[in-house]
Design a binder for this molecule. Structure first.
Ligand code: GDP
Length: 369
């Protein structure tokens, strides 16, 4: 008594309140565990019983500690990003922590991009974005953890590059890291007795280790929680509406300047100045896009938010934050990115404004397509 209860699998402090935090255990499981003197957190329980890991997120301080551990390791770093949300996938400062360790960049959720998009071009594009973030990956792999597309070629590359090293899989939450690890577990026979436990000193979570052929391990690390994600402003149903599940069908709009596109009620695009041009929108196929005159836009949103313009649903309108404007002038063909939502490809030499809730990034990048 008085001693905090710890998971016997990973050592995390047991708690029953936050499902996404380390050490979460449903109360009923905890009661049973205390009876039998075997308390596992839900993550370790699933791992032991179903060979399945569940995602866990860390806050900034713990994540920094984790990165420091990686810095001191001799490891191949497998860095998983969401190609649909590259900017939201960036781990701040990762380049400083990888040290001399090689980085294998994995672009996940390939299944969401139109098949017409050349994969080699996309790979180059990803590599350039990584370079801008200060990383020089030794290789770039595109895959879909969900559909199991190219996971085998990732495993082959891991084998090729790891040499005599452990493998650390890193990524922010929501990029699909857990889905990927679960595919890897499924592809490896004899992983029943895998698992857990050396602690990352100073962090609230332990690493999950999958044994590789030799005496080395593949380490799953917790993701960092990105607080400004669109996901935090939307409830379950609304989040489903904006999160693509199938390949995105681009939609082209011929716009005159002084026209506006509403992206449901969650974001907005203004074409401020330039000649009549084509703009290509990449969003969840069912997200309602509404075109209107810029001069009427404020008024229109006021009247239609939660009605024609959903998400948000009518009952969530009151809690939905005001949109903040970000204005740009393009010098080349660019994507105006609404982080976590999608993007609009914009021609060179025009003035545009993107609107999103405060904290949700709106930025201009080199056009992907
Ligand atoms: P983690 O937080 O990085 O461990 O992410 P999860 O594995 O929990 O995945 C986050 C979300 O992305 C879930 O809704 C997954 O279904 C989805 N997801 C993961 N991998 C893919 C993928 O390859 N394609 C698509 N379309 N969705 C994916």
């Amino acid at each position: 008594d008085g001693e905090p209860l710890r998971c016997i699998g990973c050592g995390a402090m047991i708690q029953t309140t936050d499902k996404t935090a380390p050490g979460y255990t449903p109360q009923s499981a905890l009661d049973k565990g205390i009876e039998t003197n075997e308390v596992y957190c839900q993550r370790c329980f699933r791992l032991r019983n179903y060979n399945e890991i569940t995602p866990v997120g860390l806050t900034d301080d713990d994540f920094l500690n984790l990165l420091t551990q990686i810095q001191d390791a001799n490891a191949l770093i497998v860095y998983v990003v969401d190609i649909f949300d590259f900017n939201g996938s960036v781990i701040p400062g990762l380049h400083r922590f990888v040290g001399d360790n090689p980085v294998l960049l994995v672009g996940n959720k390939e299944d969401l991009l139109p098949s017409s998009l050349k994969r080699s071009k996309l790979q180059d594009w990803l590599r350039q974005r990584a370079n801008e973030a200060g990383l020089r990956p030794i290789d770039v792999t595109l895959l879909s953890a969900k559909t199991n597309q190219s996971v085998d070629s990732l495993l082959a590359k891991i084998d090729k590059y790891r040499g005599n090293r452990d493998v650390y899989v890193v990524g922010v939450t929501n990029v699909g890291k857990s889905t990927l690890i679960n595919q890897i577990i499924r592809q490896n026979t004899g992983v029943r007795d895998l698992i857990t436990t050396s602690r990352f000193p100073g962090t609230t979570l332990d690493k999950i280790e999958l044994p590789l052929d030799d005496d080395h391990v593949l380490v799953d690390t917790p993701g960092i929680i990105q607080n400004a994600q669109m996901a935090h402003f939307l409830t379950g149903k609304d989040l489903k509406i904006v999160t693509p599940q199938k390949p995105i069908k681009p939609k082209v709009y011929q716009l005159n300047d002084q026209q506006t596109l509403f992206l449901g009620g969650v974001a907005r695009f203004d074409y401020d100045k330039g000649p009549k041009s084509g703009f290509t929108a990449y969003f969840e196929n069912n997200l309602y896009i509404h075109r209107t005159k810029l001069a009427n836009a404020d008024d229109f949103r006021q009247r239609q938010l939660g009605q024609l313009l959903t998400p948000p649903q009518p009952e969530n309108v009151a809690d939905f934050p005001a949109l903040v404007a970000h204005t740009f002038k393009t010098t080349a063909k660019s994507d105006l990115v609404f982080e976590g939502l999608g993007w609009i490809t914009v021609p060179a030499g025009v003035n545009v404004t993107g609107w999103a809730p405060e904290g949700v990034g709106v930025l201009l990048r080199r056009a992907m397509i």
